[in-house]
Design a protein around this ligand. Sequence first.
Ligand SMILES: Nc1ncnc2c1ncn2[C@@H]1O[C@H](COP(=O)(O)OP(=O)(O)OP(=O)(O)O)[C@@H](O)[C@H]1O
Length: 404
Amino acid sequence: MTAGTETVDTAGAPTGPDTAARAGSTRGRLVLEGIHKALGGKAVVRGIDLAMEPGEFLTLLGPSGCGKSTTLNMVAGHLLPDSGVVEVDGRDITRLPANRRAMGMVFQSYALFPHMTVAENIAFGLRMRKVGAARRRRRAAEALELVGLDGMGERYPRQLSGGQRQRTALARALIVEPDLLLLDEPFSNLDAQLRVRLREEVAALQRRVGTTTILVTHDQDEALAVSDRIAVMAEGTIHQLDAPETVYLRPATDFVAQFVGEVNVLDGIAAGASGAGHRCRIGDTHLVTATPVGTAPGDGEAVRLYVRPEAVRVLAVPEKGRSERPPTDTDTSAAGASVDTATRPGLPGTVEATRFLGTRVRCVVATAAGRVEATLPFGSEVPTLGEEVICAWQPQHASLTARP
Ligand SMILES: Nc1ncnc2c1ncn2[C@@H]1O[C@H](COP(=O)(O)OP(=O)(O)OP(=O)(O)O)[C@@H](O)[C@H]1O
């Protein structure tokens, strides 16, 4: 889009440079401070604090009803918080009406005007801002190109596929060069393949234009794939606000561990630090290791350990080991190695089920701590049903917290 010099009639609305030239923008620093909101007599948002950097892509992730959309609507100005402050670029906008905020919003339902062409839909925000017709047409054509819809400007929404409609909605949100782009479950109406493709497109586009973006979703894969940071929400509060890797590998709470990705949950008793982590006793005899999240537990404290199926190695028991699974001197190798539990941590068990999943095999092992699921990578040797094995993992691949 060309450098804009037009003024607009909405306080806080942008008059800034081209959308395409805004990567590395310093605009769109959002701060939420102590936000509370009750709806229908129920506390729906209960003390949200959040600070976003300009250009950041942040996802509000949580189960249905946890307050994600309510939070987004307070940023958009569709809802007024009961208490707390919404600030953009140092300016308190808590009480500023939605139409005077510089926000671009995309909804699950597209919300396009059926009687307007795609180009008219996209240019709508500019028309509201009294931008002249010729300039509107030019900017709409540029926005169409930005979202890969060149040449489709004269169609009507009903003549578009779901993905094309959502690209139109995105172009309409971006054309006003908003401080913030707010995406409320924008991919939910699309089929699985298109959902993945469009989310990649949106993430790439966001990096290009550099608009600070909040995505609301309950889809953890989506959140992990596109976000700079994820705020995991439950019951109106943020449980953890971190980079995707940290949320996945170092879940801060029991809820985060169990909501984001699949996880084995094992209860045990803390048994002292070891060089590469913290020891944890399962049952009377078995020792495993993990990395504490936050303060390390005291000896004898009841702890809960979380380990992802893909981090679990299924190893042969040395004395029963099959000849085709040669022992190694490390327990960090893939399935096929063996482990000596007298000297190394590990959880013995019996293979209860194996399931072929195409690119990997899922192996279920019955242990003293309950069922442990392991994902064996493609090409691994698959243990036989009823085989006695050891489940092992590297301490940095398992996390440990005080038992809730
Ligand atoms: N206008 C309203 N009046 C009363 N309760 C409401 C209203 N809007 C939302 N709620 C309730 O507030 C809670 C949070 O809703 P919200 O839409 O923010 O959740 P969400 O996390 O976005 O969930 P979803 O993914 O299902 O949209 C829900 O229990 C919902 O039923």
